[in-house]
Design a protein around this ligand. Structure first.
Ligand SMILES: CCCCCCCCCCCCC/C=C/[C@@H](O)[C@@H](N)CO[C@@H]1O[C@H](CO)[C@H](O)[C@H](O)[C@H]1O
Length: 488
């Protein structure tokens, strides 16, 4: 997966950076914004946040969006992936009450981007469900499919002429398995069966929004609609038959359960996953499988419901069979494996994140073989550090993963663009601001949440400019605003 040949990104390959509403906007209760599930979860449980800093203020992008766009210009990116906060624009979750001032913020941001020729890539849902919809059951309620479609219609109607790249949902697999299955994300429900109800509903919600765009807007506005999945790679911890088989099961639940309905030729949930959940459900005394059935109509709706696959890729895990006896019915119990990280892989500031660039290459080959060369955007890839401007570990990680990506492209992977997570440090969910993912450092103590370019920002700028990944280029200084072209 790696050699020393210098490869080049084609001129039509796009580079971007990403953020999400809860993580950067702040202004959590300003100008009529409704409460989200993360507002509620963190306000009720402040101690779960490592450094106590929640998204009430975050980077205050609600106020400093012009500075954010200035940073995008400094970097020279082609596009900016950001999300719309559903409760900011529809405070109750429903379209009967629309928040003009909330929309005004996105009008301003989108216009500022277009003014400087930066393409907006808009995520409709990045984890921050209106609390009022959670009170009605959230994603476990089958009506959530219609709630999301109604929300999507409001946003499409408003921005369809200005936005050509849409992502319906960020990481359905994290939403359903972490928030409903592992109690690792808001709304923290651990119900055992809800992971799969959520999976069905979120995927159908995505598909309904996709079909809506296809029917009402696509011909006229020519936009593309995709979905972003959390796709880390998984390899067996060793070559033993048990661990190889455990890895196949792990991939089935973490990759194929979410991709098969949309990208496979036959559609539907994968048969391996269906068999395992049905068997366990029976053993556990359920009258039917905890994995809901997709009807022929739903299978048809879902199959082919994406113009591109958004990949959020950070790391690789190593899979072993598990000795742990997890009795209660759950997604984790169904997968039934243990995961670890490679002990030689470089460690980031996040416990779960180590550098294994070969995984991005292997993942792309897996997707090509199993899903027939899908059109891909890498919608997130990033690395966490402590505060500090000379972030050489991020630079090294970015270079290695971009080299792996170049090789994947050479071997036939159809990748249209690459997006760094993140433009700037932000609220990393429960980790607060203790794990920094930004190309720009944010001083959260300062009044204007001062943003300063890190070394990685200058290196990324250079990669975008030259379209090659040099092994050891370093900027002479870190003042990105005064950097001259001949210094690049
Ligand atoms: C204490 C020892 C721990 C050892 C851990 C070993 C087990 C490995 C764990 C495997 C990794 C699972 C967690 C994966 C997480 C990411 O894929 C996920 N965070 C991606 O989501 C996006 O992440 C961004 C940065 O974290 C950002 O927050 C963004 O909003 C998310 O879309």
């Amino acid at each position: 997966w790696s050699d020393n040949r210098q490869r080049k990104f084609s001129n039509d390959f796009k580079f971007g950076v990403s953020t999400s509403a809860y993580q950067v906007e702040g202004a959590w209760n300003v100008d009529g914004k409704g409460e989200s599930i993360w507002d509620r979860y963190f306000h009720d449980n402040p101690k779960v946040i490592t450094d106590g800093r929640n998204g009430d203020e975050a980077c205050d992008s609600y106020y400093y969006y012009k500075r954010d766009v200035e940073m995008l210009r400094e970097l020279g990116v082609d596009y900016y992936r950001f999300s719309i906060s559903w409760p900011r624009v529809l405070p109750s979750g429903f379209p009967n009450e629309q928040n003009k001032l909330g929309f005004q913020y996105y009008d301003n941001l989108i216009d500022e981007l277009l003014k400087y020729n930066i393409t907006p890539m808009v995520t409709l849902y990045h984890f921050d469900l209106p609390q009022k919809l959670q009170d009605l059951g959230g994603w476990v309620n089958p009506l959530s499919v219609d709630w999301f479609e109604d929300y999507a219609k409001v946003v499409f109607d408003k921005y369809t002429s200005k936005v050509k790249y849409w992502i319906t949902v960020n990481q359905p697999n994290s939403i359903c398995t972490s928030a409903y299955g592992e109690a690792a994300m808001a709304p923290v429900l651990n119900k055992g069966v809800s992971e799969y109800e959520c999976t069905k509903n979120v995927l159908l919600a995505h598909a309904k929004a996709y079909r809506l765009y296809e029917k009402e807007y696509k011909n006229k506005y020519k936009g593309s609609v995709g979905i972003s999945m959390s796709l880390n790679w998984a390899d067996p911890a060793d070559n033993s038959t048990e661990n190889v088989e455990a890895t196949e099961v792990f991939r089935g639940f973490n990759i194929d359960l979410f991709l098969n309905p949309i990208w496979s030729k036959t559609g539907d949930f994968p048969s391996t996953v269906k068999k395992i959940v049905a068997k366990k459900s029976k053993q556990q005394g359920f009258s039917e499988s905890r994995l809901p059935v997709l009807s022929p109509k739903e299978i048809k709706l879902l199959r082919g419901s994406a113009d591109f696959l958004g990949i959020n890729h950070y790391t690789t895990v190593l899979v072993k069979t598990s000795d742990e006896d997890v009795q209660s019915p759950s997604f984790v119990n169904d997968v039934g494996v243990e995961i670890v990280l490679g002990d030689k892989w470089k460690q980031s500031q996040s416990a779960w994140l180590r550098s294994a660039p070969y995984g991005l290459y292997k993942l792309s080959i897996y997707l090509n073989q199993n899903y027939d060369y899908p059109t891909i955007f890498i919608t997130e890839h990033g690395w966490s550090t402590k505060p500090g401007l000379r972030d050489r570990s991020r630079v090294e990680n970015m270079r290695q993963y971009l080299n792996a990506l170049l090789l994947a492209i050479e071997d036939g992977t159809n990748v249209k663009g690459y997006t760094v997570w993140s433009l700037m440090d932000n609220v990393e969910w429960q980790a607060g601001t203790s794990e920094r993912f930004g190309l720009y450092e944010v001083d959260f103590e300062s009044k204007d949440k001062k943003r300063t370019a890190r070394m990685s920002a200058l290196v990324y700028k250079r990669i975008i400019d030259t379209r090659i990944v040099e092994e050891d280029w370093e900027p002479k200084h870190l003042n990105i605003a005064t950097l001259q072209r001949d210094e690049l």
